[in-house]
Write a protein that binds this ligand. Structure first.
Ligand code: SF4
Length: 307
């Protein structure tokens, strides 16, 4: 059986679309209808009026957001094990604890949270629009979770007091980047510009030529006159960067920067999930409607591009 042709055949038969996050395996990106960040993909799903099924090749919180924003469509997560560890770091109990400590302080949550957490926040943000979202709030102190590095970055940019919740939430993949690896690469490629995701540490952000989300990195690399780039985000993005910019060179800042959760979505799992309509993601009300409001408030602020 030619698995790619089978996926494409079933997809057409079932009026399905395949959306793949920038961190997916190259072969998964190559069969997808769209490749992008979480919010770009959720928006794409909303625009695809004729689609009845969405295969969301990503992790749990992204498929949940797609299901929340597209309640009339069936959203399938090819691998149920594809769960983001950072999203798991912020529980509803933790949120309630901080809300009790700071009852008058607004709560902004990164989209990298589970729907149950989003239901408790005032507004969501992505790594691309976090600064604009915080600036839009009429408060000088803001509770922000779950990524501490993104919280620090937003504090630097806005000058507001950002209280990270939990105190040390992090992405295990982005913590793998260290300046010493970059120094070695810069010695080998002295003309290369360094692009750093805001989930990386402050030490990495300090030596960056550009700090931004995956979508912003794609735009930066395409519009820059530079010919080579060192990339500090999950290695899956390099497939898209190379495809979009065949005349440029991209080097991952650390070879082991792989998100094992993102990589759980294989062609085989996509095939089974689509064929058997397995692993449908459902977010029950009232969680879904509360979380939808927090996402919609974010959409109202600025045309966001995501994580
Ligand atoms: S790269 Fe980090 S934030 Fe993204 S899904 Fe993996 S663990 Fe979660």
């Amino acid at each position: 059986m030619d698995i790619v042709n089978e996926i494409l055949r079933i997809k057409k038969e079932k009026k399905a679309i395949i959306l793949a996050h920038n961190y997916q395996r190259p072969e998964v990106q190559d069969i997808a209808d769209y490749v992008g960040d979480s919010i770009e993909l959720s928006r794409k799903a909303m625009e695809e009026k004729d689609a009845e099924i969405i295969v969301f090749a990503a992790v749990d919180f992204m498929a949940e957001s797609a299901a929340i924003l597209n309640p009339d469509k069936k959203v399938l997560l090819p691998s149920l094990g594809a769960r983001c560890p950072m999203a798991q770091m912020l529980t509803v109990e933790e949120i309630k604890r901080w809300r009790t400590l700071y009852p008058l302080v607004p709560l902004v949550l990164y989209v990298n949270t589970l729907a149950a957490a989003k239901a408790y926040c005032d507004i969501c943000c992505t790594s691309a629009n976090a600064v604009e979202v915080i600036e839009s709030i009429e408060a000088e102190t803001v509770l922000f979770g779950p990524d501490r590095n993104l919280a620090e970055y937003v504090q630097e940019k806005t000058g507001k007091t950002i209280i990270p919740i939990p105190e040390r939430g992090f992405c295990p993949t982005h913590l793998l980047f260290h300046p010493e690896d970059v120094h070695v690469l810069r010695a080998q490629h002295p003309d290369a510009l360094l692009m750093v995701h805001p989930e990386c540490t402050a030490e990495m952000r300090r030596i960056a030529d550009f700090v931004g989300s995956t979508s912003q990195m794609c735009k930066y690399a395409s519009s820059s006159p530079a010919k080579s780039f060192i990339v500090a985000t999950e290695e899956g993005l390099l497939h898209r960067l190379k495809k979009d910019n065949p005349d440029k060179h991209f080097y991952i800042a650390y070879e082991g920067a792989v998100c094992p959760n993102m990589k759980l979505n294989t062609l085989e799992r996509i095939y089974i999930s689509l064929k058997e309509e397995k692993h449908a993601v459902k977010v029950p009300d009232p969680i879904a409607s509360k979380a939808r409001k927090a996402l919609e408030r974010m959409f109202e602020i600025k045309n966001p591009v995501g994580t």
